[in-house]
Design a protein around this ligand. Structure first.
Ligand code: BG6
Length: 476
């Protein structure tokens, strides 16, 4: 089909590796692999002083998977060839802030980091593959976290501007779609991600004041980045991106429905409402009052947000969620815990598979902002088996793609949603962001590596590779 982009994505922390002493340490480098017992999935998400100190200690006995990723740094040429062979219209990847600026506040970037990304931008532009660039994808340089306290400090906006201005100058000509912040709403329910906030200890929760000031500073950085790009004549459109969950109320109880609407506002829409509409939504005023949040928010910033909102809306979607006011069995979702939906089956990680929820989400996102919509992350995280003859028979992933693609097309053609692309997550296997493991794979390309970093890191095409390739060709 013309005018629709089919793509694939990776993120620097999960993919690159190349932790060679030149790249600065970032927050993702501090997260150890913990075998999945005793709820280890959430235990890997603690960014406490102790966790950081252990990570910095070279004697540490933990394995830190993000330092190795799936060795994109060592395989980038081969991987780009695979992306070309697959026939992707668009490739989404992120730049590692700490690879370009190891501490995060330097004036001049590291030439080795620059050369690495030069190769990627050159290859993609030469082969006419569109670029969706995530300027940040969760990882924050550790130096900025320890010295300035992460995004709760307004100083971060200036460091971010220095970082993105370099990117504009060097690669601004090549980028089609800009994403200043990945899944910005996870900064609320998963502040270890993206906002770079440190917890005192595992028992002390994050302060709402810090969380919302951090998000506010990111909104301002987002608007300043758009302003700067416009002034520099940088081409490409700017997107807002949130993690979407397609909420259902467990029953038709009015109170349950109200609770659902309110959770959806805060967890899901809030950040996108600011970035797309250029102002804070009405429902945040009572929320801030209730939680004693007083933002440092100037008139100049208010004007910036208003004048530099995003051009398109994008989201990640993996599974749907259920809100209940009564006790009910729970299951996992993308960085969240939710109520089980009796009408759906779940992945091995408990994420409830719901293709219709994707169509619903497309409708809701388009309805809310009336701007073009891009699905910039979706896919099935599953355990794959590499057979002795080097094959991976992942028909479950093909089924997942098929069922979700059908619903996208219904949203586009039957519902008239202006959806312009689909980007499959972790197109080449990468380390799981939620649980720091290799067992959970999304790719159509298998990487021979295990949870502890053992393996050859050799690439193998899964059955889904041939399927996706053929599918993309059939749409031309
Ligand atoms: C999104 C992130 O939250 O979900 C990705 O942007 C992440 O970085 C993806 O990999 C899937 O989550 P997980 O935990 O299965 O890797």
């Amino acid at each position: 089909m013309k005018n629709f982009l089919w793509g694939g994505a990776t993120s620097s922390a999960q993919y690159e590796g190349g932790f060679d002493g030149r790249k600065g340490m970032d927050t993702q480098d501090c997260r150890p692999y913990l075998p999945r017992t005793n709820n280890a999935t959430t235990a890997t998400r603690l960014l406490t002083r102790q966790v950081i100190d252990e990570a910095k200690n070279i004697q540490s006995t933990y394995y830190y998977p993000f330092r190795k990723g799936t060795d994109g740094f060592g395989h980038v040429e081969e991987d780009l060839e695979l992306i070309k062979e697959l026939g992707l219209d668009i490739y989404r990847f992120s730049i590692s802030w700490a690879r370009l600026f190891p501490k995060g506040d330097e004036l001049v970037p590291d030439p080795v980091g620059v050369a690495y990304y030069d190769r990627i931008f050159n290859f993609l532009t030469q082969h006419h593959i569109k670029i969706f660039l995530s300027v940040t994808h969760y990882a924050v340089p550790l130096y900025l976290v320890e010295t300035y306290g992460g995004w709760k400090s307004k100083r971060m906006i200036d460091f971010y501007m220095r970082y993105i201005t370099f990117i504009f100058k060097r690669w601004g000509h090549a980028v089609d779609y800009w994403l200043p912040f990945n899944e910005i709403n996870t900064g609320f329910f998963s502040p270890f991600n993206g906002t770079g906030l440190i917890r005192e200890d595992a028992q002390t929760p994050y302060r709402y004041q810090d969380v919302f000031q951090s998000l506010h500073n990111q909104f301002v950085a987002n608007a300043r980045a758009i302003k700067q790009a416009r002034e520099m004549g940088i081409r490409g459109q700017f997107g807002a991106m949130i993690a979407c969950f397609c909420y259902y109320p467990m029953s038709a109880k009015p109170q349950e429905n109200l609770k659902m609407v309110q959770e959806e506002q805060i967890n899901q829409w809030f950040c996108a409402d600011v970035l797309m509409n250029g102002k804070y939504p009405y429902y945040m005023t009572p929320f801030f009052k209730k939680h004693d949040v007083a933002l440092e928010f100037s008139d100049e910033e208010r004007e910036l947000l208003q004048n530099y909102s995003c051009d398109f809306m994008s989201f990640s979607y993996y599974s749907s969620s259920v809100i209940s006011i009564d006790e009910a069995p729970k299951t996992a979702g993308n960085l969240v815990v939710t109520t089980k939906n009796p009408y759906l089956v779940a992945s091995e990680w408990g994420w409830q598979i719901d293709p219709v929820g994707l169509r619903t989400t497309l409708n809701k996102a388009y309805d809310r902002y009336q701007k073009p919509v891009l699905i910039c992350e979706n896919g099935l995280g599953a355990k794959d088996e590499l057979t002795a003859d080097g094959k991976v028979h992942d028909e479950y992933r093909i089924d997942y793609f098929k069922s979700h693609f059908d619903e996208i097309m219904k949203a586009k053609h039957e519902d008239n949603v202006d959806v312009f692309g689909y980007i499959a997550w972790g197109i080449i296997d990468i380390v799981s962001a939620g649980s720091c493991e290799m067992d959970k794979r999304y790719g159509v390309v298998y990487v021979d590596a295990d949870n502890y970093g053992n393996g050859t890191y050799k690439r193998y095409k899964k059955d889904s590779f041939a399927w996706y390739k053929q599918f993309i060709q059939s749409q031309k």
